[in-house]
Design a protein around this ligand. Structure first.
Ligand code: ADP
Ligand code: MG
Length: 296
């Protein structure tokens, strides 16, 4: 049924993956007016008249492009999911850690070092083995588990040789001796909708690296931590990564803004429909969100 109050929706993407196709299917089935914006065609003129949409579903894979598109649409009064602020926080592991720490969300000890020398000191303080991560990145790429100072020094030499000033900063995190899996919780509009285990032979358990996904019970603890992590990083749609530590506690590793949910959907078969919930809560729930923003 077409709702007269359905928000005029645009889906921004440069690639149509499983997730984008599912979202479009649900928008169409619900008769929500929608258009697709190919990121490759996007250009914003400073004096443009506002675009004719109420909401942009920001499905651009490149975090930089997603951020600048969000900034531009938001300045024209369009609601963007995820917002520029969320991308800025979640797209940067240190900013995410700062937000989690400020909200007292359990997260492993971590440090940001501004030089290679300081990184070596910080790693000694954290203790080996230590995890070195690029500040900006995903799919487990260049996330390195380093057994000792010699290994860290070698990797830092590579970082130093990279042209980007950001790449020379070292984000270090204490290694959590977890089982052969981690946990991903998807949070939509503040509500955790389910959890999955990502199990792998390697220590990096990203789906993009071949981890298998199975459903994980969404305990109160998991739900509370994930909801807080999503709220504190400003992500309306969040993929919260957690690990179980040796004491049975949960630690939040990071919060993702560009949430892929193919593996999650497979793990939940027909019990949870992620695209359906996104449309229900974030597209059709746009008024509630705007009230909240005005009220806050
Ligand atoms: N401190 C850590 N202790 C144990 N495992 C970790 C730690 N940090 C990352 N991992 C593993 O590596 C994977 C990728 O790390 P993550 O911080 O989520 O980066 P990315 O953004 O690339 O996914 C995680 O899903 C987890 O399996
Ligand atoms: Mg991750």
């Amino acid at each position: 049924m077409v709702s007269s109050t359905a928000p005029r929706t645009a889906l921004l993407a440069s690639r149509m993956r499983f997730e984008e196709k599912r979202l479009l299917e649900v928008l169409d089935r619900r008769g929500i007016p929608r258009t697709v914006i190919d990121t490759r065609t996007v250009r914003h003129h400073l004096h443009d008249t506002p675009p004719p949409w109420d909401l942009v579903l920001n499905r651009e894979i490149s975090a930089t492009k997603a951020l600048y598109a969000a900034l531009s649409y938001e300045s024209a009064g369009v609601t963007v999911v995820n917002s520029a602020a969320a991308i800025e926080t979640c797209g940067d592991k240190w900013r995410t850690s700062l937000a989690l720490r400020a909200a007292e969300v359990p997260t492993p000890p971590a440090a940001l070092a501004l030089t290679a020398e300081a990184a070596e000191e910080a790693a000694e303080e954290i203790g080996y083995p230590v995890v070195l991560k690029p500040l900006v990145g995903s799919w487990g790429r260049r996330v390195a588990l380093l057994p000792d100072a010699a290994a860290l020094r070698t990797v830092l030499e590579y970082s130093e040789a990279l042209p980007s000033p950001l790449a020379k900063l070292a984000y270090l995190q204490r290694y959590v001796d977890k089982p052969d899996r981690d946990i991903r919780v998807i949070v939509v509009g503040g509500t955790p909708i389910g959890a999955m285990y990502r199990t792998s032979d390697g220590w990096r358990t990203n789906v993009a690296r071949g981890a298998t996904t199975t459903s994980c019970p969404l305990t109160d603890d998991l739900a509370k931590l994930a909801a807080t992590a999503a709220r504190e990083t400003g992500a309306d749609l969040a993929g919260v990564d957690l690990v179980e530590d040796a004491d049975g506690g949960l630690q939040v590793l990071e919060v993702n803004h560009g949430v892929e949910f193919k593996g999650f959907q497979e793990a939940h078969a027909d019990r949870v429909d992620v695209a359906e919930l996104i449309v229900e809560r974030l597209v059709l729930g746009i008024d509630k969100r705007m009230d909240r923003e005005v009220g806050s």
